[in-house]
Write a protein that binds this ligand. Structure first.
Ligand SMILES: O=C(CO)[C@H](O)[C@H](O)COP(=O)(O)O
Length: 232
C-alpha cells in the first residue's frame, strides 16, 4: 500500500447483502470503491454481532485492493494473527478496547498489517497523542459503534481537525465512519479526513444486479467530499 491523502471512499459491507458478500465486494470495487471496509463486532465491546476472520478470509479473493478491517471487539490481541492470515491490509482496533492499545498496535504491525487506532465519539483526540508514531490510520467514529444507519455526530469534526493538526507530516490517514453521505462528506473532508467509510449511503437502492446504483452513490459522496476540500 502506498500512502496518499487523496479522498478515498471505503464502503462498509455491514450494509450489504450478507448472503452475497463476495459479489458485493466485487461490485463495489468495480463501481469505484477505493477500499473495502469490513466491520467486525463481538456483542461485547459493541451490542451487535457480525463476522470474524473466517468470513474475512472467504471474501479476500473477491477484493483486488485494500481490505480495511475495523474490529469492534475486546480483547483484540488473540485474533490479530487470524486477521493477518485472512489477508487484512489494515487492522483498526479501538483505544477503548483494552488496557494495552500500544502493544496491540505493535502486534498488528509485527503481523505484517498496517495499524489503525479507532476513537469512539466520546474519546478525545489527545488519546492518540502518544501513539502517533505507532499508527498508519486514525479512525474517528462519527457515530457510536455497533450499527449502520445512525445519525452523524457533528461535534466529532472538531476532533478530526485536532487530529489533523497533531499528525502533521506523518503518513497517517484520518478515517471517519458513521453517517457519511452527500450531506456530511464535505465537512468531514474539510476537517481533515481522507478516508470516508459509508455503509447505507453506498448500498441503499442497489444490489450486485443493480451495481450502477453503488457507482452513482460512491461518485456522489466523492464529489461532495472533494467539494468540501475546495471550500475548506
Ligand atoms: O462501523 C460502523 C458501525 O459501527 C459502520 O461502518 C458505520 O456505521 C457505517 O454505516 P453508515 O454509513 O450506515 O452509518
Amino acid at each position: 500500500m502506498t500512502f496518499d491523502r487523496t479522498i478515498k471512499i471505503a464502503p462498509s459491507i455491514l450494509s450489504s447483502d450478507f448472503a452475497r458478500l463476495g459479489e458485493e465486494c466485487r461490485a463495489i470495487e468495480a463501481q469505484g470503491a477505493d477500499w473495502v471496509h469490513v466491520d467486525v463486532m463481538d456483542n461485547h465491546f459493541v451490542p451487535n454481532l457480525t463476522i470474524g476472520p473466517g468470513v474475512a478470509k472467504a471474501i479476500r479473493p473477491h477484493i483486488k485492493g485494500v481490505m480495511d478491517v475495523h474490529v469492534m471487539i475486546a480483547p483484540v490481541d488473540p485474533l490479530i494473527e487470524a486477521f493477518a492470515e485472512a489477508g487484512t491490509d489494515i487492522l483498526t482496533a479501538h483505544a477503548e478496547a483494552g488496557p494495552h492499545i500500544h502493544r496491540t498496535l505493535q502486534a498488528i504491525r509485527a503481523a505484517g498489517m498496517k495499524a489503525g487506532l479507532a476513537l469512539n465519539p466520546g474519546t478525545p483526540a489527545e488519546a492518540a497523542a502518544p501513539l502517533l508514531d505507532s499508527v498508519d490510520l486514525i479512525l474517528a467514529m462519527t457515530v457510536n459503534p455497533g450499527f449502520g444507519g445512525q445519525a452523524f455526530l457533528e461535534p466529532v469534526l472538531d476532533k478530526v481537525a485536532a487530529l489533523r493538526g497533531m499528525i502533521g507530516d506523518r503518513p497517517v490517514h484520518i478515517q471517519v465512519d458513521g453517517g457519511i453521505d452527500t450531506r456530511t462528506a464535505g465537512r468531514a473532508a474539510a476537517s481533515g479526513a481522507d478516508v470516508l467509510v459509508a455503509g447505507s449511503a453506498v448500498f441503499r437502492g442497489g444490489s450486485p444486479d443493480a451495481a450502477q446504483v453503488y457507482g452513482d452513490n460512491i461518485a456522489a459522496i466523492r464529489s461532495a467530499a472533494e467539494a468540501g476540500l475546495t471550500v475548506g
